[in-house]
Design a protein around this ligand. Structure first.
Ligand SMILES: [Zn+2]
Length: 299
């Protein structure tokens, strides 16, 4: 069953990845494999050319080679003239060798993926989401936010949801991405508090400018930029969790506990990387006191 599925991918591989060095041509299909400069002859010229050539659909390339020379009967159509005119470009002799269309001519997972994957323009915020120390669950939610793929109540209402669309943190505005990050008074306080711990004061609160601002400010790979990016992702993640707790009737964290949890996540990540240089920390418990705002510092 798996082989059947794999065999259905042959057309993709044939089109993008494999060509053949002809050699003797005994293992290469005349009409269906890519051995000619014009590509797959059947795909390009169709049944009519096979008919004009007076051949069946199944012969190998070796059927038109004799004594290491091309031996093709006189052309009876323009397509056959074109096919035959380019035969001298193909060298004969040696082995039949499949060639991957990569810079090296050999199979490579990375180059195959580069051939096959859809390509899009690079977004300015990619370094904020994907970097070596990024916490996967934070990065995933941050990516959804940048793609506007989360579903706040404003979007639910546009899909027919009939409940209230007000933000459950402040009950002052509709719950939307821009409101959650960080027009909402609750989210704004958390954001500014966390940024102040990173020595970033008065960060933007409009989502439309946060992406370009943070991508420009934190484009360096130094530790401070890394901490800022970790804090950014953690803030986005825990504000979304706070919203979900409110929506689903769970007991939400207080503002202080939320800030403490964000800092704990960031420091845990840093400890994992720089364990010998950062003080030992404990996971915040329900009764834990809020820790110092300078706990990100390396000692
Ligand atoms: Zn709000």
């Amino acid at each position: 069953m798996r082989w059947k599925k794999l065999s259905k991918l042959r057309c993709i591989a044939k089109q993008f990845l494999i060509s053949f060095k002809v050699g003797g041509g005994k293992k290469i299909f005349l009409w269906y494999d890519i051995w000619h400069p014009e590509g797959c002859l059947f795909d390009k010229f169709g049944f009519r050319t096979i008919y004009d050539a007076g051949r069946s659909i199944g012969p190998k390339v070796s059927s038109i080679i004799r004594d290491n020379n091309w031996y093709w009967p006189s052309a009876r159509s323009e397509n056959l003239v074109l096919i035959q005119s380019r035969l001298p470009e193909i060298s004969l002799g040696g082995e039949n060798v499949p060639i991957w269309r990569s810079s090296s001519g050999k199979y490579s997972c990375s180059q195959t993926w580069e051939h096959l994957r859809p390509k899009f323009s690079v977004v300015e915020w990619h370094n904020l989401v994907w970097f070596s120390l990024a916490i996967p669950r934070h990065a995933f939610i941050l990516w959804l936010v940048f793609r506007d793929a989360l579903v706040p109540k404003e979007k639910l209402c546009s899909w027919g949801f009939t409940g209230s669309s007000l933000c459950l943190s402040c009950f002052a505005c509709q719950e939307s991405r821009d409101h959650l990050y960080f027009c909402c008074s609750f989210g704004r306080r958390v954001w500014r508090n966390i940024m102040a711990d990173c020595c970033v004061y008065n960060p933007p609160i409009e989502w439309s400018s946060i992406g370009s601002w943070s991508a420009e400010c934190w484009k360096s790979r130094n530790l401070q930029a890394t901490i800022c990016k970790l804090c950014f992702g953690a803030t986005i993640y825990y504000l979304w969790r706070h919203r979900n707790d409110l929506l689903h009737g769970n007991v939400p964290r207080s503002e202080e506990k939320l800030i403490q949890q964000i800092k704990w996540d960031v420091r845990s990540r840093l400890v994992a990387r720089y364990s010998a240089k950062i003080c030992v920390i404990e996971e915040p418990s329900a009764g834990a006191e809020m820790e110092s705002a300078t706990d990100f510092e390396i000692i």
